[in-house]
Design a protein around this ligand. Structure first.
Ligand SMILES: [Fe+2]
Length: 409
C-alpha cells in the first residue's frame, strides 16, 4: 500500500514535470535537462538532485568521484600483476605516465561492465553499451580522475578519453553511467535485500520471538524483507519499470542479480564487511600505490558504522556478560549452524564471544541501512539516475565512430 501511494505521487510529479518541460519548448540540449528538476518533484524528491549534479555535470572529477561516493561497489585498484583490459595509447599525454607506469605505481583503477554486453534487450529502440573504464590517481594533485572508457559497442573497439572532443567524451561518460546504475541497482538488491533476507530467514527458523536479537532483526528487516517478491511483481515484470526504462529486459535483471549472488560478489557476508571489502579492492590501507586522498563513501559510512558497532556492543554485552553465555545460548548457536543448510555465503562458522555477534548484527545494519541508503532508497534520483549525466537508456544506436555532434539526439 505504501508503494501504491508513492506511485500515485510519482505520477502526479511526472505529469507536472512533463507539462513544465513542454511549456518551455521541450529539451534540446543536455543543459536543458535542468528543466526536469526546476521546481519539480515536490511530492517525491523535494530536495532534487544532490548539489552539483545539474550545475557541474560536465566535470570529470564529479564523474570519477561518484565511484568513491554514491556508486562505490565496483571500482578496484589494478594490482601489479593484473592483466590490463585494454590499451590507452594517449595515457602519457593525459596523465604524464603510460598505462603500464600507472599500473606499476599502483595509481590505476578499473571498472568492468563487459558482462552487460549480451543481455537480452527490452526493445529494439533502446540501446546501451558494455563499458570498461580506467581511473587513476594524478601524480601531482592526487585527484582521482577518469582516464579512459571503452564502450564495447558492437562492431567497434573505440576507446574514449578526456582528450576527445567534448561531445564524444561526454557520450562515453553517459554510456558508462548507464552500465553503472544497472550494476549498482542489482548489486543493491543482492546485498541489501537477498543477503540480509537469508540471514533473517535463518534467524526466524532458530531464534525464538523472545530472543533479544530478534527484536532488532524484525525492525531492521521491516522494509528490506521480501523484496524479491515485490521486484518480480512490480519491477522486473514483463512491461514493468525495468522494461520501460532500461535497454535490457526486466527478465534479464533477475538473471543478472542471481549472478551477482551466486558469484559471491554481492552476497558474501564477511567479505563484504565495510572495511574488509574496501581493503580487498585496494581502496583502503593498500600497501600498493598512493592512498585515495578523498573517499566520501568510506568517510561517511565508517563514521555511521562505527557508532552502530559501539551501540551494538553495549546492547549485546548487556545480554552476554561472559563468552560462555554466548556459547551456551542454544538458539544463537543454532542460528550460526543454520547458515550452512541455508547456504548463506561466507557467514561466520562459529560465534564464541560478544564480538562475533556484534560483527553479524553491525553488518546487517550496514547492509540494510548504511549501504542501502547510499545505493538505493532516494539516492538514485538524486545522483546515479539523475539527468543528464545518468541516462537509463539511449534511444538511438550507439556510434561506432567518434565525431558525435549532439549528445542529446
Ligand atoms: Fe532496496
Amino acid at each position: 500500500m505504501t508503494e501504491d501511494k508513492h506511485l500515485a505521487n510519482i505520477n502526479i510529479d511526472k505529469q507536472n514535470a512533463f507539462n513544465a518541460v513542454n511549456a518551455t519548448g521541450g529539451i534540446k540540449s543536455l543543459d536543458e535537462y535542468r528543466k526536469l528538476y526546476d521546481h519539480q518533484w515536490g511530492l517525491t524528491v523535494p530536495e532534487g538532485p544532490y548539489p552539483g549534479m545539474l550545475s557541474n555535470y560536465t566535470s570529470d572529477l564529479l564523474f570519477s568521484m561518484e565511484r568513491l561516493s554514491t556508486a562505490p561497489a565496483s571500482v578496484a585498484r589494478v594490482g601489479a600483476n593484473n592483466a590490463l583490459l585494454f590499451a590507452v595509447d594517449n595515457a602519457a599525454s593525459i596523465t604524464g605516465l603510460s598505462l603500464e607506469q600507472l599500473q606499476t605505481q599502483g595509481r590505476l583503477f578499473v571498472i568492468d561492465y563487459l558482462d552487460q554486453k549480451d543481455l537480452p534487450r527490452s526493445s529494439n529502440i533502446k540501446f546501451g553499451a558494455a563499458c570498461q573504464a580506467y581511473f587513476y590517481i594524478h601524480t601531482e594533485s592526487g585527484d582521482f580522475l577518469p582516464l579512459a572508457i571503452k564502450p564495447n559497442v558492437e562492431g567497434s573497439d573505440l576507446v574514449y578519453t578526456p582528450e576527445d572532443e567534448e561531445n564524444d567524451w561526454t557520450l562515453a561518460k553517459l554510456m558508462f553511467n548507464l552500465n553503472d546504475v544497472w550494476f549498482t541497482q542489482w548489486f543493491h538488491l543482492v546485498a541489501g535485500h537477498e543477503t540480509a533476507e537469508i540471514v533473517y530467514l535463518a534467524a526466524i527458523r532458530t531464534l525464538s520471538e523472545e530472543h533479544p536479537l530478534m527484536a532488532f532483526l524484525h525492525r531492521l528487516m521491516k522494509l528490506a524483507w521480501a523484496m524479491r517478491h515485490s521486484a518480480e511483481k512490480r519491477l522486473i515484470n514483463v512491461g514493468g519499470p525495468v522494461d520501460q526504462l532500461f535497454p535490457w529486459a526486466g527478465s534479464s535483471a533477475g538473471v543478472y542479480t542471481d549472478g551477482l549472488y551466486q558469484s559471491g560478489l554481492g552476497s558474501k557476508f564477511r567479505a563484504n564487511y565495510l572495511k574488509t571489502n574496501l581493503k580487498s579492492r585496494g581502496l583502503l590501507d593498500s600497501a600498493f600505490g598512493p592512498k585515495l586522498k578523498s573517499f566520501p563513501f568510506l568517510e561517511d559510512a565508517s563514521l555511521v558504522t562505527a557508532e552502530i558497532r559501539t551501540f551494538m556492543k553495549s546492547f549485546v554485552s548487556s545480554y552476554y556478560p561472559t563468552p560462555s553465555d554466548v556459547t551456551s545460548d542454544l538458539e544463537l548457536q543454532a542460528w550460526i549452524l543454520e547458515a550452512g543448510p541455508a547456504e548463506i555465503k561466507d557467514f561466520p562458522t562459529s560465534v564464541k564471544d560478544v564480538d562475533g555477534i556484534v560483527d553479524i548484527m553491525t553488518h546487517m545494519c550496514y547492509l540494510v541501512a548504511v549501504q542501502h541508503g547510499v545505493l538505493n532508497s532516494n539516492s538514485p534520483v538524486a545522483s546515479t539516475a539523475s539527468l543528464p549525466l545518468h541516462p537509463l537508456a539511449f534511444y538511438a544506436p550507439l556510434p561506432a565512430e567518434k565525431g558525435v555532434t549532439d549528445v542529446s539526439e
